[in-house]
Design a protein around this ligand. Structure first.
Ligand code: ADP
Ligand code: MG
Length: 670
């Protein structure tokens, strides 16, 4: 049976049920099979009827002697009768289930699970669960550890159990790859749903988790290998003197980890194979300038660079930063976003393809859909990689003749995890912040202190050149008319509260030219307060802004709050973050005490509770069905196995087909 078939392949599942299953994230047979129980109910105790004691909860296996509908005084039905096994007989009762007498006729073999109680002074099983054994005398719902699943309206654990049981029965799938020391795959699937004991249930889970990690590792190892097989036609030469000159022209000295990252990148760039490196650093750690050094080297070798940013505002900012950095070098910088493309074309005025003119082109992913791609791309830099996802990363490498690729992210993940996820990339970490940075003082502000907070902001800003962001309530993940209206209303309200200050309003529905203008005016200090939707979340760098006020902070995830807070505290001045919230949750309290993205990610994990997946979309990490990033030993094992299997992949044709690029849909980034 093909596990990628939709659940409607099953005889008992129609469109209606499929709709309900979708709510549980189940569309295919594979999904159903990997819908794992979150606990097991211990129904293992099977007792002879003669030994039953009131108060016990047990399974009994035998036959129905008789079952009748009876009326009680309240004109209600009860179903009353006798059940017996070889040891004895017991009274059984249900309430208001008249149809039961049709299912449980005299002589029906049945198993019952329930509590023994006194009813009319005799021991009885009251409203027990019942199950008719399969032709092979198998029981699914009792006399075993019974799986309890995440449920939804109309889909009970009992229903899921029965479907999964018969699906498992119908499967005969060979072991796709060896996993020595683990349960075989089919056995693991059986044991995870219908375990013989708790230990085997655990072992089963480990096998399934191992599979996910192993496939992830194998795919990335494979990608890495094919990447390393590419030889560059034009190997770069790194002109140390020029690079050092550029670095010493910067208005600051590099942090140790910036220098280290630059060394690693320069070494990649001078190799005969294309670079494929991930630069990971917390917000404000200074990734842009590292990328700039790489772009300089490309330029000195006569190649163009592309710098991709997830938002137009960020692209605009990078454009300005690079113009400032490279102005003295006479390196021409171009900006291409969906909106600005035409403008640049016209102003350049000379060529049909103005892209050829620029040494460094900055843009949003509109850049990737250019009909006429730039001419000689030697380097592609992808900023805030988690916002792009894998598809575009692939596209970027298709753009040029195997250019060097540098991806950058602020997603706070430890090295081991990063290596697991991005095993095909080399990794550089920025572990320190530029010197002189102070932690952003953070307070959760209750509604009662709102007026005080506004007064405090007034006093901070008036007479200084400090500036503030005010982030409007987060309404939906994408910018809608509602959130735009909310931002506009908030803006009008705030203009009255801060009559002497100048306020700007920014949201996603503004025309790009207006967006650029609002941001530039804020940057230039024309506005003291920028009222904005969360579109400023990524990348924006305005060092003179020192106050970040976030409305309805409880609606944001920790990662997002950390990103937003990262918009301030970008100079030597003390910065502040005010979190307005209806109630001070543990999550918000964590923001008051912790300032590293990594630490906050860990706390996020703890607060979500064990068993929850680290990689929610929030962090831009892939979702595992079984594995978790806490499984460090499994990650190690998966890595070793993948490295061993890769050279012998041809001996495992099923596996080889599975990891052929893009065929892994087991794990979907973003
Ligand atoms: P991010 O890693 O979040 O992308 P940026 O590259 O935007 O960070 O840098 C944040 C700010 O810090 C910028 O204003 C940048 O000019 C400045 N900066 C970068 N490196 C240093 C440094 N070594 N010392 C001081 N300031 C720095
Ligand atoms: Mg950045």
């Amino acid at each position: 049976m093909d596990l990628t078939s939709p659940v409607t392949r099953l005889s008992q599942v129609g469109e209606n049920t499929a709709g309900k299953l979708k709510k549980l994230g189940i569309s295919t047979l594979f999904d159903l099979l990997y819908h794992l129980p979150f606990r097991y109910e211990d129904r293992t105790l099977v007792s002879p009827v003669s030994r039953l004691q009131p108060g016990e909860t047990v399974t009994v296996i035998g036959t129905i002697d008789q079952l009748k509908n009876e009326y009680t005084k309240g004109r209600k039905f009860i179903q009353s009768g006798q059940f017996s096994d070889t040891s004895g007989t017991i009274h059984i009762t249900w309430f208001n289930q008249p149809f039961l007498t049709r299912t449980l006729k005299s002589g029906t073999p049945v198993a019952l699970y329930g509590k023994v109680d006194l009813f009319k002074n005799q021991p009885s099983l009251i409203s027990p669960d019942y199950e008719l054994p399969t032709p092979n005398h198998e029981l699914i719902h009792m006399a075993r550890l019974v799986p309890v699943y995440p449920e939804t309206a109309g889909i009970s654990s009992k229903w899921l159990r029965a479907r999964i049981f018969s699906l498992l029965k119908s499967l005969d799938i060979p072991e796709i790859f060896p996993a020595p020391g683990f349960l075989p795959w089919m056995q693991a699937l059986w044991q995870v749903h219908f375990p013989s004991d708790q230990a085997l249930a655990q072992a089963a889970r480990r096998r399934l988790a191992f599979d996910e990690l192993f496939l992830l590792q194998l795919t990335s190892l494979r990608r890495r290998l094919s990447w390393k097989q590419v030889r560059l036609f034009h190997r770069f030469r790194v002109d140390q003197k020029q690079v050092l000159g550029f670095i010493s022209s910067l208005p600051f000295s590099l942090t140790p980890s910036q220098s280290q990252a630059i060394r690693e990148i320069l070494s990649d760039l001078s190799s005969p194979h294309p670079m494929n490196r991930l630069l990971e650093g917390d917000v404000g750690s200074g990734k842009t300038v590292v990328a700039a050094v790489a772009a300089l080297v490309a330029h000195l070798n006569g190649f163009q660079s592309l710098l991709l940013a997830p938002t137009q505002i960020l692209a605009q900012q990078h454009f300005q930063t690079l113009e400032t950095l490279f102005g003295p070098y006479g390196i021409s910088i171009g900006l291409i976003t969906g909106a600005s493309k035409f403008k640049i074309g016209r102003e350049a005025g000379l060529q049909r393809n103005p892209n050829l003119q620029f040494k460094i082109l900055v843009g949003t992913h509109a850049l990737l859909t250019e009909k006429v791609p730039p001419d000689r791309v030697g380097l592609v830099v992808i900023d805030e990689q988690h916002r792009f996802g894998v598809l575009q990363r692939g596209k970027a490498s298709a753009l040029g003749i195997s250019p060097h690729i540098l991806t950058m992210t602020a997603t706070p993940i430890p090295r081991t995890i990063a290596l697991t996820l991005y095993g095909d990339l080399d990794l550089s970490l920025l572990t320190d912040q530029p010197s002189g940075r102070l932690p952003v003082k953070t307070w959760v502000v209750p509604e009662t202190k709102r007026a005080d907070a506004y007064n405090w902001i007034k006093s901070q800003i008036t007479g200084s050149n400090s500036q503030a962001f005010i982030i409007c309530p987060f309404i939906e993940s994408s910018e809608t008319l509602t959130s735009v209206k909310a931002a506009a209303a908030e803006f009008t309200k705030l203009e009255k509260i801060f009559p002497r200050l100048k306020l700007g309003l920014l949201h996603g529905k503004l025309k790009s030219r207006q967006k650029d203008e609002v941001i530039s005016r804020f940057r230039a200090g024309d506005y003291q307060i920028l009222v904005s939707t969360p579109i400023v979340e990524v990348g924006i760098d305005i060092p003179s802004a020192t106050i970040m006020l976030i409305e309805a902070a409880e609606r944001f995830g920790l990662a997002q709050l950390h990103q937003l807070r990262g918009r301030v505290g970008r100079s030597h001045r003390q910065s502040y973050c005010l979190l307005f919230a209806s109630s001070p949750t543990a999550r918000l309290k964590a923001m008051e005490q912790h300032f590293s993205g990594l630490k906050l990610a860990e706390i996020d994990l703890q607060l979500r509770g064990p068993g929850q997946i680290y990689g929610t979309a929030q962090h831009g990490l892939p979702q595992f069905k079984v594995a978790s990033f806490e499984d460090l030993d499994l990650i190690e094992k998966a890595k070793t196995s993948a490295a061993q299997i890769l050279p012998r992949l041809d001996q495992y044709p099923l596996l080889r087909d599975l990891v052929k690029e893009d065929k892994i849909d087991l794990i979907q980034p973003n």
